[in-house]
Design a protein around this ligand. Sequence first.
Ligand SMILES: Nc1nc2c(ncn2[C@@H]2O[C@H](COP(=O)(O)OP(=O)(O)OP(=O)(O)O)[C@@H](O)[C@H]2O)c(=O)[nH]1
Ligand SMILES: [Mg+2]
Length: 567
Amino acid sequence: MTLTRDLDKPEIQNISPLWLLFPLIRIRGVYAESRYKAGIMTQELIQEQTKKRRTFAIISHPDAGKTTLTEKFLLYSGQVAEAGTVKSRKSSRSARSDWMAMEQDRGISIASTVLQFSFREHVINLLDTPGHRDFSEDTYRVLAAVDAAVMVLDAAKGIESQTLKLFEVCKARNMPILTFINKWDRPSLDPLALMDQIEQSIGVQTTPITWPVGPGGDFRGVIDRRSNQFVRFSRTSHGATIAPEEIVSPENAEIEEGEMWTQAEEEVALFDEIEATHSEEGFLSGRTSPLFVGSALTNFGVRHLLDAVIDLAPSPGPRETSDGDMREVTEPFSAFVFKVQANMDPSHRDRVAFMRVNSGYFERGMQVTHERLNKAFSTKFATSMFGADRGTAEDGYPGDVLGLVNASDLRIGDTLYAGDPVVFPPIPRFEPELFWNARPVDISKTKQFRKGLSQLDEEGVVQVLRDLDAPTATPVLGAVGQMQFEVFAHRLEHEFGAVVEMTPTAWVVARRTDEETAQRIRDLRGTRVLGSLDGTLFALFDSTGRLARTTDEYPDWTLERVVETVG
Ligand SMILES: Nc1nc2c(ncn2[C@@H]2O[C@H](COP(=O)(O)OP(=O)(O)OP(=O)(O)O)[C@@H](O)[C@H]2O)c(=O)[nH]1
Ligand SMILES: [Mg+2]
């Protein structure tokens, strides 16, 4: 596959016929490029490129259609000629963002996927996240790296508890959210009731941008409230290609769609009356959310949503540093690592650290500083990511998500910078809720086991909790959900060559603690203090009753949940 990562020339890659009409802009692009080469990077150029970036995550409860929608974004942006499917029995292709064998077997997303591509002369950094609660830590990390989120709801289900938690995380970060009510090709809840539900449960007012003509299951098209046009769609075979669109006048719509049209028209008039209308200020502050209705399966309404990512979603802005300052996009290069993944490409078996650029100009090969280790760091192996595929990334700007290959020193939460030191806030790990032991079935595979254990710990597949006073003692594996252990065992076997046996331990609950409390807890029965990779200390208890009694008896001890909103 050719990667269209060469993003300073998106116009050439996109082969937009319009582009040919504007040779002047093109010359300017080339001129800008030579200035980069000459090492003259002005703040103005960085600003200009930053404005062309959109970095967002697609999030939702399991199975709402995130990966299908991601695939359709690739179709509509011209990255793929035919969309693949999540469950690929009918189609010869599978979805690009569910590239792991385990994901394809189960038809669910297990790890987040980064896809970088150009669309409408913009650079999109799209992060498809897993919806399953067991993988919510991964989603949480991704939310630290994006500027906006597309929240997908299943039209027949509305807000589910998992959606609610994700919304809370977004709200806590004041993140702008675009809402997409998906699966309108199937029987659905009443759309007005869905809007009401969103407002009641999370306090965000939705402002419809598109509104469906036809009830769920009899989806004809959408009214685009910005242009007040009725856009009617036609289906294509398996939704593998773009759905043809037709603009229908109100007169014809009334004749051809009858009651369905008049109902939609009345509902849209109601939105004008109650002022459920997009407000940039409301959206950017996370108070209101532009609403789109569609079907990722049949592609109806997908284009409107993708266009809105360019037209409505914000470009990268200043990012908060650990000391509370704001890092402006035009300041020297800085980035932070939010994800690590090994063995994405079976033929290479290497490790990729994903960084999000927060400020400045990144040029492959530049020397930067690794903040945690306070040492020089070479960026020779920078890549752009497109699911499991990659291409060399020559440069990057604020908002870009780039992979650094085989940078074994990089861990989740690390900051890289050029110039004066800067550090971005760490991404907290959740407190684990399940605690298991693992051992290699064949002890001659101990080396492979240890290697896999430490790699999967760094990725956050599970948390390896060790006794800091006895580092060689058998570690306890902590997880938020059972499926994390399944992924751990599967990957250890298939990627590292060690079959493991897993057994539950006596621990049932953990709380974050500190050195002082840890000293005291050590004298208590039924507890143990273990440390995770990032140095967090966890106090483990063998019953929730014991935890409750301990907090009652010693209210001044530090025993806290890590992330209140998820879990
Ligand atoms: N009828 C209908 N089915 C859809 C639509 N979008 C997705 N699906 C189906 O819903 C199922 C789940 O889709 P995915 O795209 O894997 O959902 P997801 O949100 O990525 O799931 P996880 O990542 O596992 O949380 C698949 O069988 C899709 O074919 C839609 O618009 N209409
Ligand atoms: Mg998915």
